[in-house]
Design a protein around this ligand. Structure first.
Ligand code: HEM
Length: 498
């Protein structure tokens, strides 16, 4: 190096003086500070912790704790319905505003934040497609299957997975008077959910229940990567950078031996098999995607791959937390069983020969539906991720605060607060009380204060699935699964513990 420098000097290359170097560094630091101050100033009128206006670190720390969403009620109490949680990020808890932001005519777009859900570096699925026109195009192919229009297969797939699951519990984990057997319920319910989404989506179980293990490592990948992704996901610029060369090569790829890449590899195999000229057509979602015209292998792989994650973690979380609530509220469980027994005992099609409770039967039991709603209200499965939408050109007025274009508004983080908002739900907001929903099914009561109240309750609870143009496309699948699993377990077992 010294030799090189002396050669350069000999050839007339002169080096800037130390003063000049310091001047340039000073100038850069000054420009950086100005940019920081401008960034802080843009949203300085929005209340929130002072430090959140200057750095993402405060929010990141909250996400590392894994409990940030639980802190929101206290923050709302202190700062009001709109809170600045990072230099360019706010959260809003006003329900009407959330419906407006995601409304079908809204100009708010998905933000770059969504790209953290990319399952491989090669393409996008419906959740990570940001461009509205591209989203419309992809939805054309996939919506008939998600809406159950093309094929009414949600029940068949659920039944196959649920039959295996009940058998596993019956044969391996049921306690007797002489023998107490312990079962990791959270794990087993996740096995069920994975097998079910495999059956529903492409007619193949993951085999988790049969083998009583996480066969493809989906749960392991989730457990390791999701908390990490959540913590760094608020650095949106970082994610933009990761999609560019050369960082792009660090993202998962379907040739990988483990992690997301290996799971996407599994999706690839399924799609390739189905696209073979001699493949036997099946009665499932993948077939519907293809028949609707989505024939590109990469796009199909993406749509199948996202179902592994979006369709299993969420459903298992809903089932697990609702069963937990039932276990800790024996009187609710007893009432559920009694109502199910009454409804099903009079229906010979259920017991002779025995078969899984149908979706129609589950929907006809108001107390069961009330329990699902109350479970979703108290433990919305996706209440931790912020799910940012981006304020459109021209800016927007959100609850009296002018938000400039490009500001990110969190549209899911408010759910924990929403469920526990005593000003709406009353003093027993924290309690598991399915009875609060009864009357929702009273079809003759479309007008009047009770009907309006239940309508508003439903609107708030359903934010668990997002809303408007961004509503969860798998909502119908989730509701079919929830009714059947909760109904069947309550009908089949005296108590989920015994
Ligand atoms: C209790 C269960 C579930 C909950 C609470 C839930 C919740 C959500 C939420 C909050 C979103 C994002 C909304 C937004 O972008 O603002 C979403 C999107 C999505 N969900 Fe679900 N979900 C559930 C079950 C399912 C199931 C069973 C599937 C089936 C595979 C599924 C597939 C998807 C997909 C593909 C998207 C992206 C939709 C789009 O961007 O247009 N979800 N879900």
């Amino acid at each position: 190096m010294p030799l090189l420098l002396s050669r350069l000097s000999e050839n007339g290359v002169t080096w800037p003086s130390r003063g000049l170097v310091l001047y340039i560094i000073g100038l850069l630091l000054f420009a950086h500070s100005i940019q920081r101050v401008r960034r802080w100033y843009r949203l300085s009128h929005v209340p929130g912790p002072l430090i959140a206006g200057w750095t993402n670190m405060w929010l990141t720390k909250g996400y590392i704790s894994g409990r940030f969403f639980m802190e929101l009620p206290a923050l709302v109490e202190k700062y009001g319905p709109v809170i600045r949680i990072a230099p360019n990020q706010v959260v809003c808890v006003d329900v009407d505003t959330l419906y407006r932001i995601s409304g079908v005519r809204s100009l708010y777009r998905k933000s770059e934040w969504y790209t953290i859900a990319r399952i491989s570096r090669d393409g996008d699925h419906i959740f990570t497609i940001i461009d509205p026109e591209e989203r419309k195009e992809r939805k054309k192919f996939i919506m008939p299957a998600y809406a159950g229009r093309d094929i009414d297969h949600f029940e068949e797939g659920t039944d196959r997975a649920l039959t295996d699951w009940m058998e596993l519990i019956d044969t391996k984990y049921l306690s007797s008077a002489k023998l107490a057997r312990f079962m990791n319920f959270e794990e087993k319910v996740h096995f069920y959910a994975l097998d079910a989404i495999g059956e529903i989506a492409y007619s193949e179980s993951f085999g988790c229940v049969k083998e009583d293990r996480d066969t493809k490592g989906v749960m392991a990948v989730n457990d390791v990567t999701v908390p990490l992704l959540m913590a760094i996901s608020n650095y949106v610029a970082f994610w933009k950078m990761m999609r560019m060369w050369p960082f792009y090569y660090l993202l998962p790829h379907d040739g990988d031996n483990s992690g997301f890449g290996a799971i996407v590899g599994h999706a690839s195999t399924i799609v390739r098999k189905r696209l073979q000229p001699k493949a036997v057509p099946k009665h499932d979602m993948l077939q519907s995607f293809i028949e609707q015209g989505l024939r590109d292998e990469e796009a199909l792989k993406q749509e199948v791959g996202i179902q592994f994650f979006a369709g299993s973690d969420t459903v298992s979380s809903l089932l697990y937390t609702t069963f937990l609530l039932l276990l800790t509220h024996p009187s609710v469980y007893a009432r559920l069983q009694s109502e199910i027994d009454t409804a099903l005992a009079s229906d010979p099609s259920t017991t002779n020969p025995p078969r899984i409770i149908t979706d129609a039967q589950a929907r006809s039991i108001p107390y069961l539906q009330a329990i699902i709603r109350e479970g979703l209200r108290l433990f919305p499965p996706l209440c931790a991720p912020p799910i940012y939408k981006e304020v459109p050109a021209g800016g927007d007025d959100v609850c009296g605060y002018a938000l400039p274009a490009g500001t990110l508004v969190a549209t899911a983080l408010q759910q924990w607060h929403g469920a526990r908002d005593k000003s709406f739900w009353g003093e027993d907001a924290d309690a598991f009380r399915p009875e609060r929903w009864l009357g929702a099914a009273a079809a003759d009561e479309k007008e009047g204060p009770r009907a309006r109240r239940v309508w508003e309750m439903t609107r708030r609870m359903e934010l668990a699935f997002g809303c408007g143009q961004y509503v969860c496309v798998g909502k119908a699948i989730a509701m079919v699964e929830a009714g059947k699993v909760l109904g069947e377990v309550s009908f089949g077992f005296t108590s989920p513990l015994h």
